[in-house]
Design a binder for this molecule. Structure first.
Ligand SMILES: CC(C)(COP(=O)(O)OP(=O)(O)OC[C@H]1O[C@@H](n2cnc3c(N)ncnc32)[C@H](O)[C@@H]1OP(=O)(O)O)[C@@H](O)C(=O)NCCC(=O)NCCS
Length: 171
């Protein structure tokens, strides 16, 4: 457990948080998942499913999945990758550094679990999120045509979890 910003605590998800997480997901994003999916990721990837709490209420989360696949940076190499599946912060709690803190902590935990890279998909129109990922030194590695159900394209953004690209993970 640690402070994400004054008055905000960052900690691993617990089963009792899932209703709040699902509610935040529905309020903030058009990409919604079944309750089973949230439960499954909390059970299988507990270290990289994190919440931010304020005054006893969950106000943000990040949910990830560890995967194996081709490296985005080292041609032909199979690596362990942290997939940032979903992240959201309630509107009234944004621009306080919570999204940044959730990302950094998930990436630290992912690296501790052996991930060499992290990646995510983001709507090409989602400037706040793209700026957050760019601030963390993620790079756009491809554009996925019509990735979302409404036909919008996604950027696939990724970063090697090493000292050179993510020096902030050392602190
Ligand atoms: C994306 C999101 C999680 C960011 O959360 P947040 O707590 O507001 O982010 P932070 O306060 O940590 O911001 C970190 C950086 O992100 C960028 N950023 C965040 N909000 C932004 C905005 N509205 N406009 C432009 N840049 C923005 C900035 O670079 C910011 O750094 P700065 O405050 O020093 O300028 C939040 O906007 C959100 O929940 N959006 C809806 C859900 C969503 O789109 N999730 C991502 C799906 S891929």
């Amino acid at each position: 457990m640690r402070q994400a910003a004054p008055g905000y605590t960052l900690r691993p998800v617990q089963y009792r948080d899932l209703d709040a997480v699902i509610s935040i997901n529905r309020q903030c994003l058009p990409e919604n998942y079944s309750r089973w999916f949230f439960e499954h990721l909390a059970a299988t990837n507990p270290r990289t499913f994190l919440v931010v709490e304020h005054g006893g209420q969950v106000v943000g989360y990040v949910m990830c999945r560890m995967e194996h696949g081709f490296s985005y940076f080292k041609r032909g190499r199979i690596v362990k990758k942290l997939h940032i599946v979903s992240i959201a912060v309630l509107p009234e709690h944004r621009r306080k550094g919570l999204g940044h803190a959730l990302m950094v902590e998930a990436m630290k935990e992912g690296r501790a679990e052996g991930a060499q890279e992290a990646f995510l998909e983001v709507r090409v129109s989602n400037t706040p999120a793209i700026n957050l990922y760019k601030k963390l030194n993620y790079k756009i590695v491809s554009r996925i045509s019509r990735y979302y159900a409404d036909g919008e394209d996604a950027y696939l953004m990724a970063i090697p979890l090493d000292e050179e690209h993510a020096p902030y993970l050392a602190s």
